[in-house]
Design a protein around this ligand. Structure first.
Ligand code: SF4
Ligand SMILES: [Zn+2]
Length: 337
């Protein structure tokens, strides 16, 4: 059985209400060097096409999707979600898939949402897999210089993309999409995964730092995304067996330090951080590091904290031990649960 088959078996595609958007919230972002309010909207669609076939090993977004969501319903959700817009200058519109996939969102609906969003905000971010970032599609976008396209690169290693993440793309696909964005004056953002499954903690540091370096000449913003354990995923299956632990926050800090001078703006997602399913340390020092990661994402001159916690020694021991063990498991964290 292939990795694709295993992941497919674990999936439980959602059958949610196609007329209701998934979520909205506000957060802070940086726009032209200034910290601004950002409205984030997650629209419900039938989901990422790759997730409907198999999917990435850490991605459980398909759970929140519906079997089918016609374009009219997506537009209605967008209208409802935009009622929460209170003048925010930055808008992020996600779909748990690809905004530019005509089969998922519909080209006309996507154009209408973008036009409306750009009339109300200075900057609009959408997300897409690279294969939908074509010249023909991009040339049809309204006001490209005010649009940013986020793409999940995850790793710059084709081996990790294939054998750990099951991403169904390679680095070259990402490079081509970024170059196209640059040609047309569209911003590009790279999502990089911190600690894909089967990598030791040390390999995870090196892999994410290498991805940040490789993406820095291509993407304007690099977003480091530590894995959080999502439902019905291969990562959750391994985590339940004690064969996967989300990254230590020390690992995330290490990747930040190795990535901060690459030339692109670096931000860090703290989704799930501090919980058992998210990036975490011992519990005693987590909040100091998470606060720093949030501050750093808005101001890259922020200095890393030194919470003076003993768990850093445990983390260093693990970095040394996992190599000879030839295994990415963290037995102590399993017994501590
Ligand atoms: S991570 Fe992105 S590309 Fe992979 S299955 Fe999820 S939505 Fe699709
Ligand atoms: Zn600690």
């Amino acid at each position: 059985m292939t990795l694709e088959d295993v992941i497919k078996r674990l999936r439980k595609p959602g059958k949610r209400d196609p007329e209701r958007f998934i979520s909205t919230w506000t957060e802070q972002e940086v726009l032209d060097g200034e910290t601004v309010e950002c409205l984030v909207i997650i629209l419900r669609t039938k989901g990422c096409y790759w997730s409907r076939t198999s999917g990435c090993s850490m991605c459980g977004y398909i759970d929140d999707c519906a079997e089918d969501v016609p374009s009219e319903d997506i537009l209605m959700q967008f209208g409802e979600a935009m009622k929460r817009h209170a003048g925010q200058r930055f808008l992020k519109i996600y779909t748990s898939g690809s905004f530019l996939d005509d089969d998922e969102v519909g080209t006309d609906a996507a154009q209408r949402m973008l036009t409306d969003a750009l009339a109300r905000a200075d900057r609009v971010l959408i997300e897409s897999r690279p294969e939908f970032v074509s010249r023909e599609r991009l040339e049809g976008l309204p006001e490209p210089h005010r649009i940013e396209i986020a793409m999940g690169l995850e790793s710059a290693s084709d081996e990790v993309l294939r054998s750990s993440i099951n991403k169904k793309m390679d680095f070259e696909d990402f490079r081509n999409a970024c170059e196209l964005c640059r040609d047309l004056g569209i911003g590009a953002r790279a999502y990089i995964l911190v600690k894909p499954p089967f990598l030791t903690e040390k390999e995870a540091v090196m892999d994410a730092a290498a991805a940040a370096r490789s993406a820095s000449g291509l993407a304007d913003v690099i977003s480091l995304n530590p894995v959080n354990v999502q439902r019905n995923t291969l990562v959750e299956y391994l985590w339940n067996r004690g064969e996967y632990r989300p990254p230590w926050l020390w690992t995330v800090l290490d990747v930040v330090e190795r990535s901060r001078d690459t030339g692109s703006r670096v931000v860090v997602s703290t989704a799930g951080a501090g919980s058992r399913r998210g990036a975490h340390n011992c519990g005693g020092c987590d909040s100091a590091i998470i606060d720093f990661l949030r501050e750093f994402s808005l101001d890259d001159s922020a200095s890393p904290p030194d919470p003076g916690c003993d768990c850093r020694e445990q983390w260093l021991d693990l970095l040394d031990a996992q190599g000879p063990m030839q295994c990415s498991a963290d037995p102590r964290s399993f017994f501590d649960r």
